[in-house]
Structure formats: structure tokens, C-alpha cells
Design a protein around this ligand. Structure first.
Ligand code: UD1
Length: 364
């Protein structure tokens, strides 16, 4: 069986590394394709070395464009790869445009498709990722879920439960494997910070950064927060671009830094007093680390992080952010527990499902 694993953007690398490494350990034939959706050194290359991931066999070098152009370019280039290499199974992860594009190609060429992190729903179709998640799930043959809400969502959407597997969280596999090494490197010292005495901020959702008024108001709120706790802000390239256009340039005690490599960022998260973010994956990583997470969005597709873990949805409302920060600084935050099967063994479970699936298919 030839398995084709496809990655394209930062969160894909973290989720797929454990799968690729486990399948390699078990001796499966694999082809690793990078679409090139993320291409800057600190958005892509450093993740391969930090995660000890093999280099891609094929790089499509698609780069940035509008959603339609980017998705179409990936589809066109990836179709050629499939026609030449004829994989028996394609694996994609998460909800980025690369995931959607590859899923559509697999469906059209009738190549079985496995989706890692299936079934998550924010129920907000203005998020590009929500559309990507829904379409990918509905053309997938094997769906690997990280939490019970995902299984319920897939069941409500009529997907047969024989295709859905509750395997745990591959992002947490990477975290479990690397967190000690990340902390030993004490990355906070590079930025002159003390453990548990800084907040970490990330912002990149179009809904938060593409509208100047919303971004300006968020920065103003963060400026006020930084009076109580200094903020480290590794800014995504799109955010940095938008920040340049803002009229107010004041950043109080917010330190704007480049996007960080996986290990550095993991170490910074692990020893932060709290994390403020609009990312999906970071909500999960902070829950796994037991670090308070203030999510600057109105909804989450990862409800277990709120119901069980250390995450709270604060949206972009100033008062809610301040209340939450007061709880963090006065140690009133409930850190919760780590959700079921977020134990570092998800890739192992996925490999077992794939071996059984292939066994059943070949004996037909
Ligand atoms: C993408 C995903 C998002 C994910 C995020 C993680 C989609 C629709 N969105 O968002 O779900 O949370 O990745 O980071 O797939 N850019 C660079 N260098 C790069 C990559 C991007 O400068 O290596 C800039 C470009 O200006 C580009 C912009 O960032 O136009 C947005 O990149 P894109 O990949 O389209 O979306 P992200 O915001 O990164």
C-alpha cells in the first residue's frame, strides 16, 4: 500500500509528524507531499527539523493567493501527483485550504481519503476553515476524531459510524514527545522574561486582523492588559502586515516578535502565565499543558477545551478580557483536565486502524 501524506500549513506539520513517523516505524510505503501553502522558513522549514519529520518527497510550491486561486492551484498540481504515483490512500489533517484541495482531488479520482481531526465544527460558516472541515469530512472514507463532540457532529450529519474512529489528538502526540526538550531550552530567557511572568499572544484569524477597526481595538485592549503582565506577541506574517497599516503604533509592554519555531513556541506556551489567542490548535495545546487560555473568538470548534480543559471564550469584548485576566493573575483560573485519549498515542491508534482497513480491503 502506498500512502500519500499531504501537508501545507503550519498546523498540518504538527498534526501529521507523529502519523508519518509511526507509519515509517511500521514499514509502510509513504509519499510526503508539501503543497507550499506556508513557505517562509519560520512558517514551514523549521517545523520539519523541530519535529524530526522527513523532508517532503514532492513540493508543489503553491504559495499564497486568494482562497479560490490557492485551492485550485493545489488541486491542479496534486492531481498530477496522484496520476503519476497512484497512491492507495491519501491522508490529510485539519482544516486549511490545502486539506480541502487535496480532499477534492482524492474524491474525484476515487482514491480513499483519511482525515485526521475530523468532525470539529464551530457552526460559523464565515470561517474559511469551517467550510474546509465540512467538505473534507463529507468526502472522506476514514475519519479520525479528537473529541466526542466531533463524533456527535459527524453522526448528526449522517456519516456512518463505521467510518469514524475516536483516536485522540495528534497535535498532543507532538506536544507529549517534545515538551520536556522545549522547556529545557528556556526560550523565555531569549526575550528577557521570567517563567509564569508573561502572557503569550497570537492573532491571525481574518475576522480579527483583516478589519482595521477590530484589530485596533484588540491591540488597545492588549496594551491595557500589558500594564499588568508583559505580553510576547509572535506575529503571523499576515498580522504583521496589517499592523503596519494601523494608525496607532503604540505597543506599550507588548513585544512584537517573529513567528517562532515549534520547540521555542511550545516552551513559551508551557511557561506562560496565560495565552491569549484566536488559533484553534493553541486552545488544545494549552489544555494539554494546563495553562490558562483566553480565546479571542466567540465560538470554538473544540468545545472539550472549554468544558474540560483550561480554555475560556472571551471574544473581543474588553470587559470579558479584563475579567479573565484578573482571574488569571489572582490564580482563580480552573485548569481542568486533559480530555480523553489526549495521551500521546493517537498516531499509534491511527496506524492500527489503517493496517486493519488495508487488511480488510486486500482480502476482498
Ligand atoms: C492558514 C489557515 C488557518 C490556520 C493558519 C495557521 C486557511 C484558510 N487558513 O491561515 O486555518 O490557522 O494557516 O497559520 O487555510 N504568509 C506569509 N508566509 C507564509 C504563509 C503565509 O507571508 O509562509 C502570508 C501571506 O501574505 C498570505 C497570508 O499570510 O497571503 C495568509 O496565509 P494563508 O496560508 O492564506 O492563511 P493563514 O492566515 O496562514
Amino acid at each position: 500500500m502506498l500512502i500519500c501524506n499531504v501537508v501545507g500549513a503550519r498546523p498540518n506539520f504538527i498534526k501529521m509528524a507523529p502519523v508519518v513517523l509511526e507509519l515509517k516505524r511500521l514499514g509502510f510505503d509513504q509519499l510526503l507531499v508539501h503543497t507550499g501553502q506556508h513557505y517562509d522558513k519560520y512558517m514551514s522549514e523549521v517545523f520539519f527539523s523541530d519535529l524530526s519529520m522527513p523532508r517532503p518527497d514532492i513540493h508543489l510550491e503553491i504559495g499564497s493567493a486568494s482562497h479560490a486561486k490557492q485551492t485550485a492551484s493545489i488541486m491542479s498540481a496534486f492531481e498530477d501527483v496522484c496520476l503519476q504515483r497512484r497512491p492507495d490512500l491519501i491522508i490529510v489533517a485539519g482544516d486549511v485550504n490545502s486539506t480541502l484541495a487535496v480532499a477534492l482531488v482524492a474524491a474525484k479520482l476515487l482514491i480513499p481519503l483519511a482525515h485526521v481531526e475530523a468532525g470539529l465544527r464551530s457552526f460559523d460558516k464565515t470561517m474559511p476553515e469551517e467550510v474546509n472541515r465540512i467538505v473534507t469530512d463529507h468526502v472522506s472514507d476514514l475519519l479520525f476524531a479528537t473529541e466526542m463532540s466531533a463524533i456527535n457532529n459527524l453522526c448528526h450529519e449522517g456519516i456512518s459510524d463505521s467510518q469514524v474512529f475516536f483516536v485522540g489528538n495528534c497535535m498532543v502526540d507532538s506536544l507529549v514527545k517534545h515538551v520536556e526538550k522545549a522547556i529545557v531550552q528556556s526560550p523565555w530567557l531569549q526575550f528577557g522574561k521570567r517563567e509564569k511572568a508573561y502572557a503569550l499572544l497570537t492573532l491571525h484569524r481574518p475576522s480579527n486582523v483583516d478589519n482595521e477597526e477590530i484589530l485596533a481595538s484588540l491591540i488597545e485592549t492588549m496594551n491595557s492588559v500589558s500594564e499588568d503582565v508583559p505580553i510576547l506577541f509572535p506575529a503571523h506574517p499576515r498580522t504583521r502586515e496589517r499592523l503596519k497599516r494601523l494608525k496607532t503604533k503604540s505597543m506599550n509592554r507588548i513585544e512584537l516578535i517573529d513567528p517562532q519555531p515549534y520547540l521555542t513556541f511550545l516552551g513559551l506556551m508551557a511557561r506562560a502565565k496565560c495565552v491569549l489567542t484566536d488559533s484553534g490548535g493553541i486552545q488544545e495545546e494549552t489544555t494539554a499543558l494546563g495553562v490558562p487560555c483566553l480565546t479571542l473568538r466567540e465560538a470554538t470548534e473544540r468545545p472539550s477545551t472549554v468544558e474540560e480543559g483550561s480554555n475560556r471564550l472571551v471574544g473581543t469584548d474588553r470587559a470579558k478580557v479584563f475579567d479573565a485576566i484578573a482571574d488569571v493573575l489572582n490564580d482563580r483560573w480552573v485548569l481542568g483536565k486533559v480530555p480523553q485519549l489526549w495521551d500521546g498515542q493517537a498516531a499509534n491508534r491511527i496506524a492500527k486502524v489503517l493496517a486493519n482497513w488495508w487488511g480488510a480491503r486486500s482480502s476482498r
